[in-house]
Write a protein that binds this ligand. Structure first.
Ligand code: PCA
Length: 202
């Protein structure tokens, strides 16, 4: 039987932040087993050029049942489950290659792509674990939203199609003197719960 896998991606630091909790969570979960599936934790550069090919290659490499992409949203107070990726780039800051992009992510393609993760079940289980969680219809207009769009379009093209979506994370306590934050262990636990709920719903 093929190994059941879940792909979890995080991002490198960007925008002057020394750390990115999404990178730490992806590294922490890499190689562990959750709900009978092996986690492949991978870290992506915060660079839009080549992002579609990178996520496509990661999905092809691990042939996962589920793809959960993670990123930091500075100032966010909760584990934020993104419902949709909009086909829009509108960067307020440069990505790590110095690009400031505006326009569609993919020309002549869907205006938005919806998460295929079981968001209601994930939200319920995070609440049951007393972790702060909320759903959102706005994944931003930067590299995270673009990754969600590219990951969903790659996942939706595969047969069988893995379920796929995006979760934004708050700052780590050590980087957030004046902002909301969550300890790394809580964020890793939240993603573990999200993976388990996803596999149970699949
Ligand atoms: N957060 C940014 C990009 C990388 C990350 O971790 C975003 O929300 O778009």
């Amino acid at each position: 039987m093929p190994v059941k896998r879940v792909l979890v991606t995080g991002f490198e630091p960007y925008g002057g932040h020394a750390h990115n909790p999404s990178e730490a969570v992806a590294r922490l979960l890499d190689g562990i087993e959750i709900g009978g599936a092996e986690v492949a934790g991978r870290v992506l550069p915060v660079i839009h050029a080549g992002l579609a090919a990178r996520i496509e290659a990661l999905i092809d490499e691990s042939a996962p049942r589920a793809v959960i992409c993670l990123g930091l949203d500075p100032g966010e107070a909760a584990i934020r489950l993104e419902r949709v990726a909009a086909n829009v780039l509108d960067f307020e800051i440069a990505d790590n290659a110095g690009a400031v992009l505006r326009g569609p992510i993919v020309a002549d393609a869907d205006d938005m792509l919806r998460s295929t993760l079981p968001l209601a079940a994930i939200e319920r289980d995070l609440k049951a674990a007393s972790l702060p969680v909320r759903c959102s219809d706005d994944a931003g207009r930067f590299v995270c939203n673009a990754l969600m769009y590219h990951a969903l379009s790659a996942a939706n093209r595969r047969r069988p199609a893995p379920v796929c979506g995006f979760i934004h994370l708050p700052f780590l306590p050590e980087q957030a003197a004046h902002h909301a934050s969550l300890p790394l262990a809580s964020m890793a636990e939240a993603v573990r719960i999200a993976i388990r709920a996803t596999l149970e719903a699949a």
